[in-house]
Design a binder for this molecule. Structure first.
Ligand SMILES: Cc1cc2nc3c(=O)[nH]c(=O)nc-3n(C[C@H](O)[C@H](O)[C@H](O)COP(=O)(O)OP(=O)(O)OC[C@H]3O[C@@H](n4cnc5c(N)ncnc54)[C@H](O)[C@@H]3O)c2cc1C
Length: 446
């Protein structure tokens, strides 16, 4: 009898876990190397697989939006990440938010219960040796990959193909410490039930808050380099620097709550529920690199948060990614070694769900390699197909390759002038056809 193929994955985050789950469904033996809890990244706090390091929101679940469409496509392929998110969701309007502990515990339990799955809690610093032991190796070590592993990776391509950007997380406060005399429950445009806490600000408080954000003390990187941020997730102070109204017309806009014009506050700061118990709330779009003392001063200017207990402070991190169009084949493996694959944010996608989606793409490609078949990616103008085309360099946006999440812009490479719901409907039809065909050809079990 033919022995089972063996694949190793480095990194048990969103992409590594999703990749493992799909490989297992294709009858492959998976060994997952995860360094936690022996060593933690600067952002991870638990030993669970697929830990969400910042927001507990997986963004929109509305299948007519690009983010909702991506989730729907992943459901068609049987995504473990989305299954867990659906099973552990919290009320959050039209977005898919989860209890982060239940979410990652579910994934950990599902994977570790599988007889073909082996979890080794070990940091990997050298990929040369490990890649020889397995039929294929997937590097899914994420934006906070350890320096040892990065050095080893660098031997596979020129140094200038290793890129970086900076990213920050938002503070979380305890519900008990929020003064609800100055806040109210409710979602913008009534999307969902009372899933958010909203803190109205008058112009005077907004001015104080805005000025405090601008004058806050900020952490700077220890190395001398440009601070490049991901545009889709800018720290609050970076947004503020773009102008006085950048917050009141941006994340703090007071619209959608049904206020009469005369009662309309100048701005509204929102908090999103963090756990099922409803004991924790995170500040929406408040990712920051302010020093802790400044964060306390700034948050306490918001009347409802004047006595708030910050249970997790905002922090900035350096994120690593590869210049994938230069270093990856169309099979998502390294040009210099076609049995070493790269998944997740390291390959230039941004976002929890996007990272997981790329884990699925890599799993399909690994199976194709092991079957001596050419990898057949999802079709163009589907969410997964567009992410794939972006990673391999078919879609170019801007001068340099930079990480992308799934967004409306990716759908406009084909002559479409605007994104509209019809595109999502067509994409789902196309994806259903693809997913039935690929399940048959690669023998993916339910
Ligand atoms: C600070 C920060 C905040 C973010 N906030 C958000 C957000 O709010 N929303 C969002 O959608 N996206 C966010 N992202 C972006 C991205 O979606 C997440 O980082 C996501 O978890 C990436 O998935 P991944 O699988 O690529 O990496 P990860 O989920 O980070 O998984 C990588 C895993 O590899 C392990 N590892 C690393 N090096 C080694 C090694 N040498 N040996 C063994 N194991 C190793 C790590 O411990 C980790 O478990 C954030 C990123 C960062 C860094």
């Amino acid at each position: 009898m033919k022995s089972k193929n063996r694949v190793a994955i480095i990194g048990g985050g969103l992409s590594g876990s999703e990749c493992a789950a799909l490989l297992l469904r294709m009858g492959i033996e998976v060994t997952l190397y995860e360094m936690r809890p022996k060593r933690f990244t600067e952002a991870h706090k638990t030993e669970y697989l697929s830990e969400l390091v910042c927001s507990n929101s997986l963004k929109s679940n509305d299948r007519s939006s690009p983010q909702g469409l991506l989730k729907e496509e992943m459901r068609h392929l049987g995504s473990l990440i989305i299954e867990s998110a659906d099973a552990n969701s919290l009320p959050a309007g039209e977005s898919l938010s989860v209890d982060r502990i239940l979410f990652s515990r579910y994934i950990t339990e599902r994977l570790t219960a599988h007889s073909n799955f082996r979890l080794i809690r070990e940091e990997i610093g050298e990929i040369g040796e490990i890649s020889k032991e397995y039929d294929a190796l997937v590097i899914a070590s994420g934006p906070l990959t350890t320096s040892g592993l990065l050095n080893s990776l660098k031997s596979f391509f020129p140094q200038e193909n290793l890129l970086y950007f900076y990213d920050a997380i938002s503070p979380i406060v305890s519900f008990d410490s929020i003064d609800m005399n100055y806040a109210f429950f409710g979602s913008r445009y009534n999307k969902g039930k009372d899933d958010y806490i909203n803190c109205p600000l008058d112009k005077n408080v907004y001015d104080q808050l805005y000025n405090a954000i601008l004058s806050a003390e900020l952490y700077s990187p220890h190395i001398d380099e440009d601070l490049r941020f991901f545009e889709g997730c800018l720290p609050i102070e970076e947004i503020a620097m773009r102008g006085y109204k950048s917050l009141s017309f941006g994340p703090f806009k007071p619209v959608g709550f049904g206020f009469d014009k005369k009662d309309m506050p100048y701005a509204v700061v929102q908090l999103r529920r963090e756990n099922r118990a409803g004991t924790l709330y995170s500040l929406v779009a408040f990712q920051t690199r302010m020093k802790y003392g400044s964060q306390e001063r700034v948050l306490r200017l918001i009347p409802a948060l004047k006595n708030c207990e910050i249970v997790r402070y905002g922090q900035m991190h350096r994120n690593i990614y590869l210049d994938s169009p230069s270093v990856l084949n169309r099979s998502l493996s390294l040009v210099s070694n076609n049995r070493v694959f790269v998944a997740g944010t390291l390959s230039g996608v941004e976002g929890y769900v996007e990272a997981a989606a790329s884990g699925m793409l890599v799993a399909l490609s690994v199976r194709s390699l092991l079957d001596n078949k050419e990898f057949e990616p999802p079709p163009d103008m589907t969410a997964m197909g567009l992410l794939y085309r972006y990673i391999v360099g078919d879609l170019k946006i801007g001068k340099h390759f930079a990480p992308t999440n799934i967004n409306k812009g990716l759908f406009l490479h084909n002559g479409e002038k605007r994104y509209h719901e019809r595109l999502a409907g067509d994409a789902i039809e196309r994806f259903e056809e693809y997913s039935s065909a690929i399940k048959n050809s690669l023998l993916i079990s339910a």
